[in-house]
Write a protein that binds this ligand. Structure first.
Ligand code: ZN
Length: 127
């Protein structure tokens, strides 16, 4: 998609022009029985969300890290370790979160992180 600003054409997609900052909220958009998707091994107490969607359900421990280290705490997520922790948690608590909800949340996380990475890369190139 090309956007015309004045006489300059920008080739970037409109979606990637603005960042989607996260903020912590006690309200769950997709059910209250959620697993923390930062560590994958505890029950979620709050969520990290953008203005429009819920991105990460997080536990108390990860919430502390979020308040202390902000986005750096999310950079430490290792996908393989997270999937392993989620599998272990689901074995111990089989009825705690719906696998479809987890899958959709992981897709939202992927979309959000890809978008933010593209935004940060462009910011770096511009400055
Ligand atoms: Zn956690």
């Amino acid at each position: 998609m090309k956007i015309r600003i004045g006489l300059i054409f920008m080739k970037t997609p409109f979606d990637d022009l603005f960042p989607e900052p996260l903020f912590e909220s006690p309200y769950f958009a997709h059910g209250t029985r959620r697993i923390c998707l930062v560590c994958g091994s505890a029950k979620a107490e709050t969520t990290l969300r953008t203005v429009t969607t819920e991105i990460f359900p997080i536990c108390g421990n990860c919430s502390f890290n979020w308040n202390f280290y902000s986005y750096d705490s999310l950079k430490k997520i290792k996908p393989k370790q997270l999937m392993w922790n989620l599998a272990k948690f689901k074995l111990l608590h089989p009825f705690y979160d719906n696998p479809i909800t987890i899958y959709k949340s992981l897709k939202r996380i992927k979309r959000w992180s890809t978008k933010m990475a593209a935004y940060m890369k462009r910011r770096k190139n511009e400055s």
